[in-house]
Design a protein around this ligand. Structure first.
Ligand code: SAM
Length: 322
């Protein structure tokens, strides 16, 4: 398994397979017209996945943009699964296509799934997502549970004054359903500096509220990669997680790299350094050279992210692979 200059074992890659999304979440995407990226072709993603697997990176997450709007998504997952190089293949999705795709995804070899959902209120969900239909996602969640894409995790980005008071409602979902609801701190990515400053809610505030509302016990039976702090409502089927990249960053334990949809390796989400892979591939680089480039990029992974001290990043989350 590759190791970086700070002795971190890198065993996890997030492969972003598209920069397109069928939602326009208010914190994720600029409303202005986007130029489309020249994204990696199917065979190029497969080749990189193979090389990454051979290097000893054992866990892959497919993401985007919205990965399930790429028509080849299920087939890509099947191909990666057939490589037999990875201990798990997971997916992050907005859930809008899961009602119809949960079964094919499970059959293709998907291990488990994370679903992004920032509101349980139909109108608020519509507003946050720029037109999304909550019902579709709720149906998708049920299908994901039925098809055993477990544990099914729900990711909630909490924003001050927007959805913060839904935290208890989300937590209650875990009582009867086998869901892991995770509250993720809003990160300052792309152009929303003022918005971010006024909306970022530290997880310790949320934690205090949750502890006041529920009888919570620590939950240790963790599956996954995010250094979340987990709790469980006594007797609940699911769990509650707090992921705090801003107030309590976990860079010292970071085990991941990212591949952007346009074929750049991004060793750190909060640092804009990227290493070109697609151009080398299209110029005919051989596998051994590609492996060397990737290993070198991993070695030079930054020690920590710079969200708090840098200007906002140029690349939007949708084009990064969240
Ligand atoms: N479309 C998929 C989805 O909705 O899950 C995958 C891509 S999306 C960019 C991945 C995750 O990044 C989502 O859970 C989204 O809420 C989260 N995200 C986007 N911008 C963020 C930000 N500024 N801070 C924290 N999370 C963010």
């Amino acid at each position: 398994m590759p190791i970086d200059n700070y002795h971190r074992h890198i065993d996890y890659i997030r492969l972003s397979i598209t920069d397109m999304c069928n939602l326009r979440c208010l914190y994720c995407r600029k409303m202005e017209k986007k130029t489309r990226l020249d994204i990696l072709r199917y065979e190029e993603i497969i080749r990189i996945a193979w090389i990454i697997g051979e290097l000893g990176i054992k866990k892959v997450r497919i993401t985007g943009g919205e990965p399930l709007i790429r028509r080849e998504a299920v087939s890509l997952i099947e191909k990666i699964s057939q490589m037999r190089l990875f201990s798990e293949i997971t997916l992050t999705t907005n859930g809008t296509k899961l009602a119809e795709l949960s079964y094919p995804l499970k059959k293709a070899g998907l291990s488990r799934i994370n679903i992004s959902l920032d509101s349980l209120d139909r109108e608020r969900y519509f507003k946050i997502t720029g037109g999304g239909e909550l019902n579709k996602v709720l149906m998708g969640i049920e299908e994901a549970i039925m098809n055993d894409l477990a544990p099914v995790k729900i990711n909630v980005v909490t924003m001050k004054g927007i959805n913060e008071y839904e935290a208890e409602g989300f937590a209650r979902l875990t009582i009867d359903r086998p869901l892991w609801v995770r509250f993720i701190e809003f990160m300052p990515i792309s152009q929303h500096r003022n918005f971010w400053e006024s909306r970022c809610l530290p997880n310790n505030v949320l934690k205090e509220r949750l502890f006041n509302s529920f009888s919570l016990i620590p939950f240790d039976n963790v599956v996954g990669n995010a250094p979340a702090e987990y709790y469980q409502i006594k007797g609940a089927k699911g769990a509650i997680g707090l992921i705090s990249p801003i107030s309590n960053h976990f860079c010292a334990k970071c085990n991941r790299i990212r591949l952007t949809p346009d074929g750049k390796l991004r060793p750190c989400l909060g640092n804009e350094d990227e290493i070109e892979l697609k151009d080398f591939i299209r110029k005919g680089v051989v596998d051994e050279e590609l492996k060397e480039i990737i290993l070198q990029a991993i070695k030079n992974k930054p020690k920590a992210h710079h969200f708090n001290i840098k200007e906002l990043q140029a690349r939007q989350m949708v084009a990064l692979g969240g």
